[in-house]
Design a protein around this ligand. Structure first.
Ligand code: TRP
Length: 333
């Protein structure tokens, strides 16, 4: 851990399967940032339970996600990779930060309102407290930067507010984190509805390519992808959203620019084009899936990664928590 490097924090929930959009937007980012920052990467299982989870699935997803990130190149030697619930300081700091957060501002959070509507039978306190736990995650490690998707912007803003509030009441304690909103360079849309972002929770699974999809599934989904009534393979998101989305996916997975891809597919029919995109994606996913499976078969290794991750994270988190406890007047022995 080099002192000169800035600290970076990010986390992902172990829910559902990830899509190729997540791969491009989040996983590749984690990999590319790990050399330049002192990175803390968490699997946010405490956030996950704010909506009801199947316990066996949650456990399984947690480990598969860990294996997937390592398979994609997140290096546990370079960064601190751990499970949120393994570090009790998250829950502890969350409690303190709750007393610096107003009910009204939590009620106004967009995600809380959306999820309350979606899970009307289970509007629990944890769902409402979600942003405060997220603030605790970030502030425990003194993170300078937090790369997240745009949907998390409001949560990041509230984390900054809470940090500043605390710092103003006491003395500078928390680093006020900077949000880095990933403009993926490439935004991947649904294969069946090119106006929508490809999502892991889309209603129709055929519009999303999951990182766990096998070759036949990938090819079948691309075969069905919507295009248009024309015949030209040209990047034009306004008029040819489907084809443009396919070109974007191809360019990312083939490591080519859009103009290079356009040139390559000039005069080619849509059917052949879709097959080529599907094959390129499937070829890229196969080795990742194989490596993930290999890692999942080596539980001793994964547990070792988690153990050392939790130790490294706990050490940093305890330091912050003890500062906080001191400032607020908790008697410590
Ligand atoms: N809420 C984030 C998401 O769903 C995951 C998350 C939890 C997170 N804690 C975090 C992201 C702290 C960044 C920092 O994407």
């Amino acid at each position: 851990m080099e002192e000169s490097k800035k600290t970076l924090y990010s986390a992902v929930q172990p829910t559902n399967s990830l899509t190729i959009g997540n791969y491009i937007g989040a996983i590749k980012n984690w990999v590319s940032l790990q050399n330049d920052y002192n990175c803390f990467y968490a699997i946010a299982n405490m956030h996950a339970i704010t909506v009801r989870q199947n316990p066996a699935e949650l456990r399984k997803n947690t480990l598969s996600l860990l294996a997937l990130y390592i398979a994609c190149g997140v290096d546990p030697e370079k960064c601190t990779l751990y499970i949120q619930s393994h570090v009790p300081a998250h829950a502890e700091l969350c409690w303190v930060l709750n007393t610096f957060t107003y009910v009204g501002e939590m009620e106004r959070m967009t995600q809380f309102k959306d999820k309350s509507a979606k899970h009307a039978d289970n509007i629990n306190m944890g769902l409402m407290d979600y942003p405060v736990l997220m603030a605790a995650d970030i502030l425990l490690y003194g993170a300078d930067v937090v790369p997240v998707g745009l949907d998390q912007r409001q949560h990041l803003e509230i984390a900054r507010d809470i940090a500043q509030r605390f710092n103003n009441v006491y003395s500078p304690t928390f680093t006020v984190p900077e949000g880095v909103y990933m403009k993926h360079g490439a935004k991947i849309n649904d294969l069946l509805d090119s106006t929508k972002k490809m999502s892991k929770s889309a209603e129709n699974v055929n519009g999303s390519i999951f990182l766990s999809d096998d070759r036949d599934t990938v090819l079948r989904k691309f075969k069905r992808a919507v295009t248009d009534s024309g015949s030209e393979i040209k990047y034009d998101p306004d008029n040819k959203a489907g084809v443009s989305n396919l070109l974007t996916i191809y360019s990312v997975f083939a490591g080519k620019t859009i103009p290079e891809a356009e040139k390559q597919f000039a005069g080619v029919g849509y059917g052949e084009f879709k097959l080529a995109v599907g094959e390129t994606v499937a070829d890229k996913l196969a080795p990742l899936q194989a490596e993930q499976a290999r890692l999942l078969a080596d539980k001793a290794y994964l547990d070792g990664v988690l153990k050392s991750g939790a130790e490294k994270a706990s050490y940093a988190a305890r330091k912050t928590l003890s500062k906080v406890y001191k400032k607020i007047g908790f008697y410590q022995i």
